[in-house]
Design a protein around this ligand. Sequence first.
Ligand code: NAD
Ligand code: ZN
Ligand code: ZN
Length: 337
Amino acid sequence: MKAAVVNEFTKDLEIKEVSVPELEHGEILVKIKATGVCHTDLHCKTGDWPVKPKLPVIPGHEGVGIVEKVADGVKSIKVGDRVGIPWLYSACGECEYCLTGRETLCHDQENGGYSVDGTFAEYCKAPADYVAKIPENVSFEEIAPILCAGVTTYKALKVSSAKPGDWVAIFGIGGLGHIGLQYAKVMGFNVIAVDIHEDKLALAKKLGADKVINSIKADPAQVMKEEVGGVQAAISTAVAKKPFEQAYQSVKRGGTLVAVALPNDELPIPIFDTVLNGVSVKGSIVGTRKDLQEAIDFAAQGKIKANLTVEPLENINDIFDRMEKGKIDGRIVMNLS
Ligand code: NAD
Ligand code: ZN
Ligand code: ZN
């Protein structure tokens, strides 16, 4: 099968023929039809996180397609089903986190396209118990970004504890942010979009953002304090330290900064202000299988639409190049059929 492979950190991915994975007990083989390109895949290529992927690795964790084979022990999925393989590829099912509906915190999880081979390939195998079911009424291309960008931002908004009518800021209107702002609107929040590129802000306006701020031209925290008294929640999806600092400063008393992007950096926080203002800082990592099904349901109802461009797998190195330069409008989805 054809696959895009990271052989060495920072080097271009190689498009090559590799063998179709062999199934083990409880696993299914998926013929991948479409797979979104997440900034996490770029981190996988550059190897810039403290935890490194196994090499060589096939990245990709927004892959959707049709089940072609099922191994022994698979009960919930059958050949011909439409499924998606997410970042939470598997978890132990037995630890305190798994048993309390917090499986994304399981110490024994595998991550698709990172610790195990992912979906930048014609086929990908996965444990049947952890794949998402894809409704019939959505195309593979349009649903792919929901598998990570969708569920991640939906979950981040949930854990922010913001309530309908509250002001919420989304920092970074890229793959995650442009979908996150749509969930935020559907959930009844007033949304402020922050980015450093005018075209991203134009997209945010088109998608219903109530206010947009170019953080090169204005201090977003100051604007938010002046115009809405600060936000109840700031979701940081921008891959740099500065927008995290700005997001922290934008939060009003009693509000929450939800850290989503993963720059390998530190966020210095003033203890005094944090205490006096009762501000929370939370990390949020993808979403559980239940969160994912909810996120997919919103999209299947037509309430969330990724702004996507469909390109072939062969473009992957150029796609990463554009992603690094902030030149992608929404999400790129690679089609494999
Ligand atoms: P992306 O490249 O599509 O989007 C990043 C956006 O941030 C771009 O629009 C860019 O213009 C903007 N940006 C860059 N610098 C900025 C700044 N200084 N201020 C404001 N905006 C700025 O990336 P993505 O696919 O949306 O992923 C974003 C990050 O989220 C990555 O680090 C990725 O690994 C991480 N991620 C985390 C989770 C999780 O579960 N926590 C899940 C998926 C992705
Ligand atoms: Zn992702
Ligand atoms: Zn576990």
